[in-house]
Design a protein around this ligand. Sequence first.
Ligand code: CMP
Length: 220
Amino acid sequence: GLLTRTDPLLAESDRADLLAIGRRRRWPAGATLFSEGDRSTTVVLVLTGRVKVFSLTEQGGEVLLAIRGPGALLGEMSALDGAPRSASVSALEPLEAYVIGVAAFLDFLGSHPDAAVRIIRMIVSRLRDADRKRVEFGTYDALGRVALRLAELADRFGADADHGVRITLPLSQDELAAWTGSSRESVTKALRTLRRQGIIETSRRSVSVLDLDRLRDRAK
Ligand code: CMP
């Protein structure tokens, strides 16, 4: 649920074994780690910084699929099925990570069954989210969807402040629109409504949640 923070992906010793077969690498903010459609040669385990996972539409628009942060494993999908990269991944912030070759990663899974099960669990949880989103798109209005996404972001990435939870994500309203399956106009309207009701405060590229409980109410 919204209140549960996710456990670390890997147990400490498994994580150490995985890092041992990788090499450390940094990317500046804005750098592209993976491009959708490319052949896969590596997986990446994030140490610090956040990335966005997105897909480009035929019209050149960006559909935001996820934001992932420290502890996230990226590139596991094409490592596992051998198909091209399912999406593009770029750094939202300066990024520090470990890069592991696909063959070494698959060997690691073979020799670390607990880690393999945890990775399956992570993928299953994404499938659940994807199922839930399909249902939401059928049943929620734009305000509800924006409120739901913001509540999720506040829960996962927000730092507790004196009043409410501050989310500072370098995300534009266009990206939020793409992520909630709403038009830019309805996202702007939804943010204005939430602002007028004193539930959030906004600045150009950040949103502060003042009243997480009421935000969650709007998300129903
Ligand atoms: P891969 O397909 O190799 O390259 C793109 C990566 O983005 C993919 O592996 C996953 O690690 C990640 N990814 C793709 N779709 C999602 C999603 N819906 N949520 C989170 N991460 C994703």
